[in-house]
Design a protein around this ligand. Structure first.
Ligand code: ADP
Ligand code: MG
Length: 259
């Protein structure tokens, strides 16, 4: 379980993150969605969790199950690349889509960077085979087999997003943080993209934390939603709150129910 404990982040006078405490991955393969209006501090929270930003106050804690029970590790000061080794991956964090490379080559690059972390324990040939096995599995899982030999730049937007996420998956995440994976994806492709990500996360036992603006997607796929407003947790719980909580609806949609 990944915990944000009383996190505070200020930019000058602005408290972008104002005493945020949340627990992520309390249940197995939990799918948490973060919602909130523009400027609410969603991306800042993700940046604090992945180590791209340092908090002014508070801590980021990993809870790990060991033979002796649950152990807490404070990773607040850990560099982002080290957090990746601990299983904390953000989409786009380490690898990017290389436009001139094919889909397969892109995924291979990410898989190599992951296996490179363990180079010392493997012979070169075993490593090569393991990498190719990962690449094949990811192409399959992210429904990219048919476009495996096309250049990334030639892909439709939905497939580009899936390629991005597939590359994050190649880093073997335990927690995957996704900042608006469906942004810019057309309505027709959206469901396909998110469904593919959800399926892969469930199969690979990954806890996902996804920032998402499309409330239908949140209602359909979230185990739990966290609504941020002005840097603080405004609501947290069942995604049905998006239907039933009038105040929440007002804040998110900017409409009242009498309209
Ligand atoms: P969201 O992702 O919910 O739209 P952000 O976390 O990106 O919101 O931003 C929260 C607030 O912090 C916004 O008012 C934004 O302008 C401000 N902010 C974010 N990053 C920085 C930064 N690096 N420097 C100054 N202000 C920032
Ligand atoms: Mg944002």
């Amino acid at each position: 379980m990944l915990e944000a404990r009383s996190l505070v982040k200020e930019f000058g006078q602005l408290r972008a993150t104002d005493d945020v405490s949340v627990r992520l991955g309390d249940t197995e393969n939990e799918m948490v969605f973060i919602v909130g209006p523009n400027g609410a501090g969603k991306s800042t929270l993700v940046n604090l969790l992945t180590g791209r930003l340092e908090p002014d106050e508070g801590a980021v804690i990993l809870h790990e199950e060991t033979a002796e029970g649950t152990v807490e590790r404070d990773i607040t000061d850990m560099r982002p690349d080290k957090r990746v080794k601990e299983g904390l991956v953000r989409s786009f964090q380490i690898v990017h889509v290389f436009e001139e490379m094919t889909v397969r080559e892109n995924i291979r690059t990410a898989a190599l960077s992951n296996h490179g972390l363990m180079r010392s324990v493997w012979s070169l040939r075993d490593e090569h085979e393991a990498v190719e096995a990962d690449v094949a599995a990811l192409l399959e899982q992210f429904r990219l087999k048919d476009v495996a030999d096309e250049k990334a730049e030639a892909l439709p937007h939905g497939d580009r997003k899936l390629l991005d996420v597939a590359m994050s998956f190649a880093l073997d995440p335990e927690y995957l943080l996704l900042d608006e994976p469906t942004s810019g994806v057309g309505a027709a492709e959206k469901e396909y993209v998110i469904e593919t990500i959800v399926e892969a996360s469930q199969e690979q036992n990954v806890t996902t934390v996804t920032i998402e603006h499309d409330m239908d997607i949140v209602k359909t796929y979230a185990d739990r939603m966290i609504a941020l407003v002005e840097g603080s947790v405004y609501r947290e719980g069942d995604p049905n709150l998006l239907e039933t909580d009038k105040d929440l609806r007002r804040v998110l949609l900017g409409v009242s129910d009498d309209e």
